[in-house]
Ligand binder design. Structure first.
Ligand code: NAD
Ligand code: DAU
Length: 348
């Protein structure tokens, strides 16, 4: 049996990875270490935990990656073969208001995991970084060799973790791989991020707060493609290497917004052009040549995947309604109420 540590496995991407990996690798046992912050949700794993074929190979541990004693004893007890670090504070807007939590989890937490990995001779450590570490690019695409230029506290903390992980390879010879993926979409994404926020607001006939002119560009990657790429680089990648993972689906936020409204049959009058995000990166774009050459490419078609995703939120109100009716209400009030009140109204 191969024992794999997944951190942040109750979050959006981590829970998909746990599901995909347990189904794909019957010889794997996954230990899922998650702090269950506002973004962690055990119900993301309900199917895994309710199915004897997977539940017997999944151990959930409620804890913090920045807790040295817990992490060290877990490594000693479980003798992990591999670790994939998904755990992070992940929302750019929250990082603008409260950077401290991002430094503690994304940087210090990664350090704690790397120390344990070094001490316990882990075979491979995958650090889930992000394309945001490169910063914004007006034209062309960043390669793995491009300089890093993170421009908000979230991406800066991720860049710190990204290079810290690499330093454990360069300095101590720990087998580390760093991945930098583009924006993920799919089921179970916390409704603070663009797509689930706008889909669920539209379903509730609430305004869609589009930042600035709505012309910022993101490259959308289906979450299952991201997880397949992580599985692929874990098993086929080179030690010390960085891999970009992109979907090849660049869209403006205004295009995504209209697609959501059209799919749900809701009016454009729900769109509000609100005050822009501070330091808002204009465009993200990564070259995925390196991963293509190694032998992996995405399989989900965006036009189909996005409609399926929108329909998933439409059919799974029982997943997001409790989230949006809890402490989330206070977050939403602080983040959006004033912006929407002073907004310029519908997009032109
Ligand atoms: P998410 O916010 O949905 O989930 C994060 C998970 O980490 C939650 O379950 C949370 O409880 C857990 N967590 C937070 N702090 C923790 C701590 N101190 N100890 C243990 N667990 C903790 O995030 P996501 O969107 O699934 O992102 C997962 C990873 O992928 C992150 O590292 C993120 O930077 C990276 N990433 C995300 C995207 C994207 O589009 N969402 C793209 C590229 C990279
Ligand atoms: O690129 C990868 C990154 O993608 C990940 O590393 C991050 O964890 C993830 O949160 C995501 O960051 P973004 O800032 O790109 O995602 P977000 O969904 O917050 O915003 C996407 C775009 O939509 C961005 O240009 C801001 C805009 N936006 C977002 C929200 C929440 C709006 O216009 N209105 C909104 O209310």
């Amino acid at each position: 049996m191969t024992t794999v540590l997944v951190t942040g496995g109750a979050g959006f991407i981590g829970s998909h990875f746990v599901r995909c990996a347990l189904h794909k690798h019957p010889g794997w046992r996954i230990v899922n270490l998650d702090k269950l912050t506002y973004a962690g949700n055990r119900s993301n794993l309900k199917d895994i935990e309710g199915d004897p074929a997977t539940s017997s190979r999944h151990r959930f541990v409620h804890g913090d990656i920045a807790d040295e004693n817990l992490v060290d004893s877990l490594f000693a007890e479980e003798k992990f073969d591999y670790a994939l670090n998904f755990a992070a504070e992940t929302h750019v807007d929250r990082s603008i208001g409260d950077p401290g939590a991002f430094i503690l989890t994304d940087v210090y937490g990664t350090y704690v995991l790397l120390e344990a990995a070094k001490k316990h001779n882990l075979s491979r450590f995958v650090q889930i970084s992000t394309d945001e570490v490169y910063g914004s690019i007006e034209e062309g695409s960043f390669t793995e060799e491009s300089a890093l230029n993170p421009r908000n506290p979230y991406s800066a903390s991720k860049a710190g973790a990204d290079r810290l992980a690499y330093s454990y390879f360069a300095t101590y010879g720990l087998d580390v791989i760093v991945t930098r993926a583009s924006n993920n979409y799919g089921p179970f994404q916390y409704p603070e991020k663009l797509i689930p926020l706008f889909v669920t607001n539209a379903l509730e006939d609430k305004p869609l707060p589009l930042y600035g002119d709505g012309m910022n560009v993101r490259d959308w990657l289906h979450v299952e493609d991201h997880c397949a790429a992580l599985d692929f680089v874990l098993l086929n990648g080179g030690a010390g290497e960085v891999y970009n993972i992109g979907g090849g689906n660049e869209r403006t936020n205004a295009e995504i917004t209209r697609l959501i409204l059209e799919t749900l049959g809701k009016p454009d009058s729900l769109i509000r052009h609100v005050e822009d995000r501070k330091g808002h990166d204009r465009r993200y774009s990564v070259s995925t040549e390196k991963l293509l050459t190694l032998g992996w490419s995405p399989t989900h078609q965006f036009e189909q995947g996005i409609v399926e995703t929108i329909r998933w939120y439409e059919s799974n109100r029982a997943w997001w309604e409790p989230i949006k009716s809890g402490e989330y209400k206070e977050y939403y009030r602080k983040m959006y109420d004033e912006r929407i009140r002073t907004s310029k109204g519908q997009a032109q």
